[in-house]
Design a protein around this ligand. Structure first.
Ligand code: NAD
Ligand code: TYD
Length: 341
């Protein structure tokens, strides 16, 4: 592996992964291939823009010809696919774009991996494909019980990856990560939304009773885990990737307020998300057997994340003051307030 095509590399996790790879491997080159949707942002990559081992191509993973041209031009041997529509709430109002990018786009990349005989295709997947897990933890062989158009689309992508491995010997791996937090996360996702609202003394909108649980992991740990699977994982295999520890949304919100010295009165309960998965939980023993360990507890990850948003207002204020974001926020949150339970 020397020439990595990082699709979706201008998004949250992808841009952190680009930075991680350039630091960790002095002989690797990366080409970011990204459509620059509302979630893609070249500000996320400003600090690597001058690196001679980095290149950027604006393109859609559904565009087979542009994908092929990029592979040829940059002599790509490995694809790491982060490109996706990723926000569950948006998947409820616009499922079509999720099916296009997360399923059809994955197929286009797999076709290219097959045609060019790439060394590795890696799919960045999600724990949401297991569906809500009320008790116990998901192992990689568990059946998939998707409940949102987002998770259903991601499951479709995973299935296509396994099909290309079985049918065409495309050397593919999949990781299924839990919720990431850290620098450069678009402030529609719950943690950066709550941090930036709290900084501005605005309400923190909690869906339903706030007792839903997520395994929030630090994005750098996730990047290291993908690296471990790229270098030590077995092709055709799936690896869960998370801390194995879950936190309730209400506790996450309270800790953010505590870290920022803001009052709990900022918490505002609102009507629940339809089909809201109560809990995700991952068994991570398979990736731990490869030598990977999460380096941050939830408290450490949240503290580092809060610090980054406090120190980088230039990054998120530009987004939150934009017309597109404000229109989304108004459409999604207006009039949903409910009494505290
Ligand atoms: P993000 O929404 O921040 O970024 C997605 C990126 O993909 C953006 O840069 C966007 O421009 C790009 N993109 C979207 N459609 C595209 C297309 N058709 N062609 C090319 N580029 C396109 O997402 P993220 O949170 O960084 O997630 C990255 C990946 O990790 C996704 O596949 C997601 O399903 C997966 N994942 C995310 C989390 C999480 O907590 N954020 C957890 C587990 C897995
Ligand atoms: P989110 O960041 O959208 O990730 P996902 O739904 O993919 O896990 O949401 C994380 C949790 O936070 C989830 O249980 C929904 C909840 N949530 C809120 O309570 N309020 C919000 O405004 C948002 C965006 C999410």
């Amino acid at each position: 592996m020397r020439n990595l095509m990082i699709t979706g590399g201008a998004g949250f996790i992808g841009s952190n992964f680009v930075r991680y790879i350039l630091e960790r491997y002095s002989d690797y080159r990366v080409v970011v291939y990204d459509k620059l949707t509302y979630a893609g942002n070249l500000d996320n990559l400003l600090d690597v823009a001058q690196n001679p081992r980095y290149a950027f191509v604006q393109g859609d993973i559904c565009d087979a010809q542009a994908v092929r041209e990029t592979i040829r031009r940059y002599d790509v041997d490995t694809i790491v696919n982060f490109a996706a529509e990723t926000h569950v709430d948006r998947s409820l109002t616009d499922p079509g774009s999720f099916i296009m990018t997360d399923v059809f786009g994955t197929y286009v990349l797999l076709e290219a991996a097959k045609e060019f005989g790439l060394e590795r295709y890696h799919q960045v997947g999600t724990d949401e494909v297991y569906g809500q897990v009320l008790e116990g933890s998901s192992v990689e062989t568990d059946p998939l019980h998707t409940r949102s158009p987002y998770s259903a689309s991601k499951a479709g992508g995973d299935m296509m990856v396994l099909a290309y491995y079985a049918s065409f010997d495309v050397p593919a791996t999949i990781t299924r990560g839990s919720n990431n937090i850290g620098p450069y996360q678009y402030p529609e996702k719950v943690v950066p939304l709550f941090i930036t609202n709290a900084i501005d003394d605005k309400p923190l909108p909690i869906y339903g009773d706030g007792l839903q649980m997520r395994d929030y992991q630090y994005v750098r740990d996730h990047c290291e885990g993908i690296d471990v699977v790229l270098h030590k994982g077995r092709v055709g295999e799936i690896y869960n990737l998370g801390t194995g520890v879950e936190t309730r949304n209400i506790d996450m919100a309270r800790l953010i307020l505590e870290l920022l010295g803001k009052p709990e009165s900022l918490i505002q309960y609102i009507t629940d998300r339809p089909g809201h998965d109560r809990r995700y939980s991952l068994d991570v023993s398979k990736i731990q057997a490869l030598g990977w360990r999460s380096q941050h507890t939830f408290a450490q990850a949240l503290e580092a994340t809060v610090r980054w948003y406090v120190d980088n207002e230039w990054w998120w204020r530009k987004i939150k003051s934009g017309e597109q974001y404000r229109e989304y926020y108004q459409r999604h949150y207006a009039g949903r307030e409910i009494e505290k339970k």
